[in-house]
Design a protein around this ligand. Structure first.
Ligand SMILES: Nc1ncnc2c1ncn2[C@@H]1O[C@H](COP(=O)(O)OP(=O)(O)OP(=O)(O)O)[C@@H](O)[C@H]1O
Ligand SMILES: [Mg+2]
Length: 435
């Protein structure tokens, strides 16, 4: 029986182990660059341990110190590669100048080049990997030049066997400098690519952030606009209610009070006159006045109701606009091309807009003709009122056009005015289909 579940242990697969060690080593070196370079310095120093020249204690000590100094230049190589390289090259140059002397003069033994000079190659690699190409190419040139001078100074001393050693020296020194530079440069190339990729990522992220911020700002702006519109709509409806209350109070209510008093007087007269002669037709006069007053009150109430909801709209926007166009003081043509009927609120707004705009044409434009056209547009309504008058229509505070704009904005609509001096005037109103 096989058991499933429980704790799973991963068995090391063949071949995974060295890769794993290398990976851990690389990770450790990335996390501890100073320590890693310290180890490298120790290794470079150890390479020349067997090359300590024979001689006095002073000579031996100086040779060891020079090697240690040279090896130590790799420790700060990541933080300041140029300075580290310059220091190593200076030591190398001193070795070429004083440790390799041509002719019969005795060389400065303590300054003999050693395996630790590999530090210069390591630093050239670092330069190529972490600094711009012009800097690393300059470093490569210095190394190649130094190698040439070293070979030139060294070869006469080995004139007895010029061939193979000379070739080996040229290939070894020049080749290792070139190889270090190429390796470093390819690492730099990878860094650069990764860097550009990260820049592109960042740019894309910034763009997305900017888009998001723009959307948030637009949403905030829209919210503010809607709040203002709502506040205006509330104010407007409160003002309208106050006006209706005033109209009822000062108009219909006053008339109804008078009517009640007149009817009361008629009643008194009728009661008092029961069985006696009519008082000269006074009761008839009172009844006539009451009748007139009742009719006037009715007319007033009808007008008031029409201001709230024009009854003609019950027959549709086309019929209502047709009524307006017929009643217009300036002859007006009407075109209505709408499919589905807009909501009652939208119809009412369109109606009041057309009424005010036709009134404006008659009052201000001096036009001989006006046109009203309504059509469907993008799921909403597009209405234009145009005239061939003098132009000059403008939004003024508290004016009818300003009131229209606010009314239109309460349902997210737009009002556009084109009215250059000399005319013509075209007022465009866009409304949604529903509110
Ligand atoms: N069709 C038009 N042709 C030329 N001028 C116009 C036209 N409509 C409006 N105007 C000008 O624009 C101004 C503003 O019009 P608006 O309707 O806002 O106010 P009003 O008609 O003067 O007053 P209210 O509408 O309150 O009675 C008008 O005073 C008028 O000078
Ligand atoms: Mg007006």
């Amino acid at each position: 029986m096989t058991r499933s579940g429980g704790r799973r242990t991963s068995a090391p697969s063949a071949g995974a182990y060295p890769g794993c060690v290398l990976q851990s080593l690389r990770a450790w070196m990335h996390r501890h660059p100073w320590q890693a370079d310290g180890v490298l310095a120790v290794m470079l120093f150890a390479l020349s341990a067997h090359q300590v020249p024979a001689g006095t204690v002073n000579v031996r000590f100086t040779a060891i110190a020079v090697s240690a100094l040279l090896a130590a230049t790799v420790i700060p190589r990541r933080r300041c590669p140029v300075a580290a390289f310059a220091a190593a090259v200076a030591i190398g140059a001193a070795q070429v100048a004083f440790g390799l002397q041509a002719g019969s003069s005795a060389p400065a033994v303590a300054l003999q080049p050693s395996a630790t000079d590999l530090a210069i190659v390591v630093l050239l690699y670092t330069l190529a990997a972490h600094r711009p190409r012009r800097v690393s190419i300059a470093g490569l040139m210095v190394c190649l030049l130094g190698s040439a001078v070293a070979i030139a100074r060294w070869s006469p001393a080995h004139a007895a066997h010029p061939g193979a050693p000379l070739f080996g020296a040229v290939v070894g020194l020049g080749g290792s400098a070139l190889a270090a530079w190429v390796l470093g440069d390819s690492v730099a190339y990878r860094y650069r690519r990764a860097y550009y990729a990260s820049l592109e990522d960042r740019a894309a992220r910034l763009e997305a952030e900017r888009d998001a911020q723009a959307r948030i700002a637009a949403a905030a702006e829209r919210t503010r606009e809607l709040q203002e519109q709502r506040a205006r709509a509330v104010d407007e409806s409160a003002a309208r209610l106050r006006r209706i209350e005033r109209d009822l109070h000062d108009g219909a209510q006053v008339r109804l009070t008078a009517l009640a008093m007149t009817i009361g007087e008629i009643k008194e007269n009728l009661e008092a006159g029961a069985g006696r002669e009519d008082d000269g037709g006074r009761t008839r006069l009172l009844a006539g006045a009451a009748h007139r007053s009742a009719k006037e009150t009715l007319a007033e109430l009808r007008d008031l109701a029409r201001g709230i909801h024009p009854p003609v709209l019950d027959r549709g926007l086309g019929a209502a606009l047709s009524n307006l166009a017929e009643a217009s003081a300036t002859p007006a043509g009407l075109t209505v091309r709408i499919g589905a009927r807009p909501s009652p609120a939208i119809e009412a707004i369109a109606y009041f807009c057309a009424a005010e705009l036709l009134a404006n044409v008659a009052k201000h434009s001096g036009a001989g003709h006006a046109t009203v056209s309504v059509s469907d547009a993008g799921g909403g309504l597009l209405m234009t009122v145009a005239d061939d008058g003098a132009g000059g229509a403008r939004l003024g505070p508290g004016g009818g056009l300003a009131g229209l704009r606010e009314r239109v904005q309460t349902v997210d609509g737009r009002l556009g005015i084109e009215s250059p001096p000399g005319g013509p005037t075209i007022i465009t109103i866009r409304l949604p289909g529903h509110a």
